[in-house]
Structures are given as C-alpha cells and as structure tokens.
Design a protein around this ligand. Sequence first.
Ligand code: GLO
Ligand code: MG
Length: 344
Amino acid sequence: MSTEYRFSFGPWNISEGADPFGPPVRPTIEFSKKLASYKKLGFEGVQFHDDDAVPDVDSKSAAELERAAKELKKVLDGEGLVPEFVAPRLWEDPRGIDGGFTANCPDVRKWAIDRTKRAVDIASYLGTNLMVLWLAREGTYIRESKNAIQAYQYQIDAINQLLEHNPEIHLAIEPKPNEPTDQAYVPTIGHALAVAYRTVDPNRVGGLIETAHARLAGLDASDEMAFALSMDKLWSVHLNDQNGMKYDQDKTFGAVDLRSAYNQVRVLELGGYPQTGRFIGLDVKAMRTQKADVAERHLANSKTIFLRLVEKVRSFPKDVERQCIEARDYEALEMAVIEHLMGK
Ligand code: GLO
Ligand code: MG
C-alpha cells in the first residue's frame, strides 16, 4: 500500500491579490498557463469550480457543455493532470445572492439544483466522481430572514436530487461557520455528516475539512479530521492556516501554528489517508504584498511544509510516546513533541 501523498489545488489559488479594500495587484494568469504550473510546482490534482472547467455553465446547451468538458479532459490528459473534484460556484451568480439551495425564492432554489446537476455532469465528463459542496451563501446575514429548520430540509432535498441525478456521484460537504454570510448553515463536519446520514444514500455523502474553517468555528482541525476519518468520511482536505478568528486568511499550511499542522498530518497518518489514494488539497492564497513572479510560492511552500511534517510524524520516537502515555506523563510527551519539532 502506498504511503505517498498526492497533492492538488484549485486555479483560484493563483490569484491577482484583490481584497475587500483594494483591487487586483497582479496580472491575471490565463487558465492554460495555470494548468502548466501544476507539474512545475509538484502537483498532480486539479480542483475545479464548475465554471473554472466550463465558462458560462448556465448559458450552454447540454451538448456544448459536454463538448467543452471533454475538450478540457483532453488537455488534462495531455498535461498528465488528474481532476480531483468539481464544485458548483453558486455564490458568484446574482441569482444566488441570498443563497441557492436555501434561498427563499423557489425559482432560485430550482436554478441552484439545476446548475449543480450541470456541475455533476461536468465532473463525470472530466472523469471524477467527486463533487465538493462549499455551501457559501447558504446561511443568513439576518437570522429572521430565513427559517433555519426549513433550510436544512432544503439542503437535504437538493442533495437527494443530485444523488438521484447521477448514481456514481459522491458529495463531499465543506463546512464553514461564516463568511460570506454572517452565520452559515452546516458550520462543522458534525453538521455535515448528520446531514449526510439523512439523505437517500448516506454512503455517497461525506466531507472535506479545511483548516481555516475549523479554526473559524473555534475547533481543532485535526479533531475535525479525526471525526470524519472515524466514519470513513474524510474525502478531501483543504489545508491552509489561519491566524485566529477573523476573516478567512487561507495562509500557507503550517505558517501560523506549526504544532496544529503537525497534528493534522499526524491524524492523516493515523487514519491511513495516503492509502485511500485521496488527495491532499490545498486552499491557500498568496499574500497581496507578493510580487507577480513569486506569487505561486505559497503552494510549493505548503507542500514542502506538509512533507517535512510527514517526516516529523513518522520519525517521532514511538517508545517515548508509549512510555509517556504509560506513565501518564503528558508534560514529558508535550516536551518531546516540541523538541522533536524544534529539531532536537
Ligand atoms: C472558501 C472556500 C472555497 C472552497 C472552494 C471549493 O472559504 O474554502 O475556497 O473551498 O470554492 O468549493
Ligand atoms: Mg476551501
């Protein structure tokens, strides 16, 4: 069984540096150029939004959609790249302004499901059976604006329709507690998996855990991963880092809290994640201050830090761990971990 990890990222992780207070500061890089960067940076897997893969998803006929997706598949094959997943980008469409699946307007809910079925079709033309559902605007700015109980049912209904649309598709819910909305439905992996078990085919609904999202919920990302792993439901990860409970930062993995990063790697090792063949996905953003010619470094750096931490986890002295646990001397265990991380 392989103990090698496979790595992926999405084209949005190479970005122009815009933030809510300022415009782009780096030139736009064409999609084909981004694809060419993958191998150079040491990545094999590509994460797609539906409209990264096929622009103007809504306005294309079914035949046009199929043709465009199959052309992209050829490009990926030519570059030696593997599509990891497709995610519907409902949150950028004006129709999705107040959410898609949980919108108050029935026409919008219908659009959101139809659009997501198209994203499922794109996934199958590209040759992946994984869809990620980041439920971006499925929440509220003003609590009184939606019936939250009903909203969960709407999400289950939508997921059921997707599962029925394609018998192969697997849905990984990416929980996040806030941003862009003030309060998001499905804020943690516990919520996501509870929803999964209420659907018509729980075996085809799992989760993706993002480091920053767990921290924004005040939770430990490695424990969130452990919960999903304990149920065979960790189908992808979005590793990054986050400096406290503020805006979603998507910093380089391990750059803020190395100990937490170590524990995320440790739990992936304990859970046999590399043997599943699933990807280590990154969801990291280049800092706005980064100049264009070095604006992809955060990706390679995150991968390097991850692999260094794999070495650290694998080389941690097992006898020391066992003795400390037997003696219930967790102070000694903690010191051993810190010394190991500091290179002693
Ligand atoms: C934002 C999310 C976002 C998703 C991506 C896939 O906070 O992490 O980057 O992971 O759009 O749906
Ligand atoms: Mg993410």
